[in-house]
Design a protein around this ligand. Structure first.
Ligand code: HEC
Length: 206
């Protein structure tokens, strides 16, 4: 009896959570319900290890990112397993939904001095043609206001040459990796840290 009640409560709780979370963002279907449990309501994550995915990239890049996870082309802790359950058409629906949401940036604890240094490093190595508009541009993925621990892991992956775009893998030439190496040669690991603090300091929505 106890078990039955518990199961019922757990089931009901699950049922209640999804529609509520979905209602806040006009989700097209239940397809994105799973995503929201980690990536936050309408894709603005509330936890530092799960990246926000609301309005952070173009739809095409979003689909490619999901395909890369599914086909094990990029390393991941969790997304590889999740992406395996969906088709390309599903990815398109997800991309459209999350792509049209507005990113809600959380207040994060950052070091103002490092953030200031990070802005300079950003301008020198990251802004031009890629992460334009102080990292707010969607063109190569929004960095401004992303979770700091997530940024830290991702940058480390890029640095290790693991996370490349399809084009980069084909040409064997990772632009992002090259830039990062250049930056690290000059600024050291503190350069990476400064960048993370700069992006973490950005809470304004644009
Ligand atoms: C259990 C938690 C969890 C669930 C559920 C989940 N994600 Fe993720 N997602 C993550 C984590 C953690 C990462 C970082 C990569 C990794 O380590 O797997 C990530 C990364 C991503 C990224 C890449 C973001 C970037 O900055 O490049 C996209 C896009 C994404 N997820 C979309 C989705 C979609 C769409 C769904 C629903 C089908 C989903 N995720 C479900 C945890 C989750």
């Amino acid at each position: 009896m106890y078990y039955k009640t518990f199961k019922l409560v757990a089931l009901t709780a699950g049922l209640i959570v999804s529609p509520l979370a979905l209602a806040s963002g006009d989700a097209p279907s239940l397809l994105v319900g799973t995503c929201i449990s980690c990536h936050g309501p309408a894709g603005s994550s509330v936890g530092p290890a799960n990246p926000s995915i609301a309005g952070i990239m173009d739809n095409e890049d979003f689909v490619e990112s999901m395909q890369d996870y599914r086909d094990d082309k990029v390393p991941s802790t969790i997304m590889g397993r999740i992406a395996r359950g969906y088709s390309d058409d599903d990815f398109k629906v997800m991309a459209e939904y999350f792509g049209s949401q507005k990113l809600v940036r959380a207040e994060q604890v950052y070091d103002a001095k490092l953030a200031k240094k990070g802005k300079k490093i950003h301008n020198k190595y990251c802004e031009k043609k890629c992460h334009e508009d102080d990292g707010y541009s969607k063109k190569k993925g929004v960095l401004a206001g992303q979770w700091m621990p997530y940024l830290e892991y991702s940058l480390a992956d890029f640095h290790d040459g693991l996370r490349k775009t399809e084009k980069e893998r084909k040409s064997g030439n990772g632009k992002m990796e090259k830039k990062l190496r250049k930056m690290l040669d000059k600024e050291g690991v503190e350069g990476l840290k400064s960048l993370v603090h700069f992006y973490g300091s950005q809470t304004k929505s644009k």
